[in-house]
Write a protein that binds this ligand. Structure first.
Ligand code: F3S
Length: 642
């Protein structure tokens, strides 16, 4: 039996496990990327590992998310990232150089390699034939330190694209069609591998649009072959040496096959408030539009921008529409400036933003109350734009630019003759906004403004855990309860001590103070403890407050993993009635902790206050037992590296 592309790349990077769907595998990571919003924490975690230089082939730190500087916090973060990158062997892409995924595609992605990024749209680089996966900051920190990345081997879906797109139908419509069919849950636990004669009609930036929004399907990642089209793109980027052929074997097998006939597709649009709420543009024709935003890591390539400029040329943006455009990278921006396309956009009345995420994460350009906003982005969740009542629609650059001119949704085929934009033979290559790491790292001083606080230290598991039940909560406690995230707290993502003041504040405003006074202790929870987002801070902050274990009826999967990664034991009651016997303030003791964690038997906890024993279960893998004994993933990785 032959191999598909996913199997070929994973096989070459396999550290442990076998490529059987549902089984845990560990893979070696060649490249990492971070962006500033998650990067500060990833680098604090990396520093805490005590490794002087990254062990990847390439690591890049981008600044593209939090670009507004209304106070010192974001600027402090940028300075910290720049200096920590320089010291530890990481390239730094300066603010203004572009959105991480677009720049990575242009300047760094390499076919056949693995990329782990602390951003959910890292799969964009699957367009180059990479296995590119989005992960938490800690996983990326560990990968930078040379540790493998653990994941459950996904099923591989083969999406076969047939034929070619008709005029005014674009790559965005292909992925919107897939979202329409599979929904936002359709890709969970899967990798999407594209093939078929239709892919030969798609350039790398078009493939990148499709791979990017595989994240909205919930897919682990998406991958295209690396073929002659990839070779031409890398050649035009002056990187021919990075190219190699990667194709599936003819007799490759897949877990599922989906066919899409490109010539049957029409311009599509996702309605509020979900990327899978997709209909034909024709069905919404005439709907009045207030704002159009073009850019984001989904649709901000040179080709996208040139199509927009061609539509806008010689026309005027509708008086009721605010049109904002952010080119995806400084390379794209510079090329538009040189060839006159930027002048066409400006002359039409477009507002040009810097090369960054900008409105995609609500950093400026929040729409008016109840406004209709057409965006070329990848997400349209309620409130993400910064205006809860706004109605955000997702569409191609062609549909968006057409709406900007007409002031309402219109099928772009109204323009008639197709716009032909060719991939340039040579992109504008100028890497002067990418700062290589220092050759004299000892001389680099990492700049830590007042917003940069040390990462909480992870201590190996003690022989005896003794302390009070600092908090007893009920069922369905979310990560939002544990560590709220709101506009007020966002600038402090690199400041765990500050965040700790707000831990459980909506549940018990005195919790943080009490935990600090008592020097740590334990939390008792009900069922489904830690449900909700994957927020790492919901484990990091309790770690900082000295929480040694959480004893609950059950845990949400991702939070349980985060607790383990941070060396906090996730224990469950063997007899759920014992939950009722424990009170806040009870003193608990767990003796012979290391031996108890290592043995696979039940764990015995003494309730000294009540004079009773509680039997608990630690349902984790052998590797996780060692990880907990080491004091979490960082320590475990540092130990394995010695
Ligand atoms: Fe940035 Fe939005 Fe992409 S926040 S990385 S442009 S999804």
């Amino acid at each position: 039996m032959g191999y598909n592309i996913v199997q070929k790349i994973l096989k070459e990077h396999l550290v442990s496990g076998s490529l059987v769907p549902g089984h845990e595998i560990a893979i070696k990571i060649d490249q990492t990327l971070t962006q500033d919003s998650t990067g500060t924490m990833a680098y604090l975690q990396f520093e805490a590992m005590g490794i002087s230089r990254v062990k990847t082939k390439l690591s890049v730190a981008y600044v593209d998310h939090n670009m507004l500087q209304e106070g010192f916090e974001n600027a402090d973060d940028h300075k910290y990232i720049q200096t920590v990158a320089s010291k530890h062997g990481i390239y730094f892409s300066r603010p203004g150089n572009g959105i991480c995924h677009q720049v990575h595609l242009e300047r760094f992605g390499v076919p056949g390699e693995t990329l782990l990024g602390s951003d959910s749209h890292t799969p964009t680089n699957g367009a180059l034939g990479m296995i590119a996966i989005g992960a938490g900051g800690l996983d990326v920190a560990v990968a930078m330190g040379g540790g493998p990345y653990y994941l459950i081997m996904p099923r591989v879906i083969n999406v076969r694209l047939h034929g070619s797109l008709r005029p005014w139908v674009s790559a965005k419509d292909i992925i919107l069609e897939l979202l329409r069919r599979l929904t936002v849950k359709g890709g969970v636990g899967k990798i999407i591998e594209y093939s078929g004669d239709g892919i030969k009609t798609l350039t790398v930036p078009e493939r990148a649009t499709i791979a990017n929004m595989g994240a909205e399907l919930g897919a682990t990642t998406s991958v295209f072959p690396s073929d002659e089209i990839t070779r031409d793109f890398l050649n035009a980027q002056g990187r021919l040496k990075d190219w190699k052929l990667i194709e599936a074997d003819e007799d490759a097998e897949y877990d599922e096959v989906i066919d899409i006939y490109l010539d049957k597709l029409e311009p599509l649009i996702a309605q509020p408030h979900s990327p899978d709420n997709v209909v034909k543009v024709k069905e919404l024709e005439g709907l009045k539009v207030d704002q159009v935003a073009i850019g984001s890591c989904t649709n901000s390539s040179y080709m996208d921008m040139m199509k927009v400029a061609a539509i806008l040329k010689g026309k005027t943006v509708h008086p009721d529409v605010s049109l904002v455009i952010s080119p995806g990278s400084r390379q794209v921006f510079q090329m538009l400036a040189k060839n006159g396309a930027l002048a066409d956009m400006v002359a039409a009345g477009a507002r040009i933003l810097e090369c960054a995420c900008g409105p995609c994460i609500g950093m400026g350009q929040a729409p008016a109350t109840n406004a209709v906003s057409i965006r070329t982005f990848n997400r349209n969740f309620e409130g993400r734009s910064g205006t809860k009542s706004a109605k955000v629609y997702l569409a191609s650059p062609e549909v968006a630019a057409t709406a900007a001119i007409y002031g309402c949704i219109k099928d772009p085929r109204i323009w008639g003759k197709e716009i032909q934009i060719r991939l340039p033979e040579r992109f504008e290559i100028n890497d002067n906004m990418i700062i290589p790491p220092s050759e004299n790292p000892d001389e680099v001083e990492v700049v830590r403004g007042p917003n940069i606080k040390p990462f909480p230290s992870h201590e190996p598991l003690s022989e005896k855990l003794e302390g009070e039940v600092l908090l007893k909560v009920g069922d369905n406690i979310t990560t939002d309860h544990i560590m709220p995230s709101n506009a007020r707290l966002l600038p402090f993502r690199s400041n765990i001590p500050k965040l700790s003041e707000h831990c459980f504040e909506g549940v018990d405003p005195d919790f943080s103070k009490r935990a600090k006074e008592k020097g740590g202790g334990f939390i008792v929870g009900g069922a489904n403890y830690g449900q909700g987002s994957s927020r790492e801070h919901a484990a990091l902050v309790p770690l900082y407050l000295g929480i040694k274990f959480v004893l609950a009826k059950s845990f949400a999967r991702i939070h349980k993993a985060n607790l383990i990664n941070n060396g906090i034991l996730p224990l469950t009651f063997v007899n759920e009635e014992d939950y009722d016997e424990i009170s806040q303030g009870d003193v608990l003791v767990l003796d012979d902790a290391v031996a108890q964690v290592r043995s696979k038997d039940n764990i015995v906890i003494k309730n000294i206050t009540k004079g009773k024993e509680i039997i608990a279960n630690l349902d984790v893998s052998d590797r996780n037992r060692e990880l907990l004994i080491a004091g979490g993933l960082l320590n475990y990785t540092s130990l394995s590296n010695r």
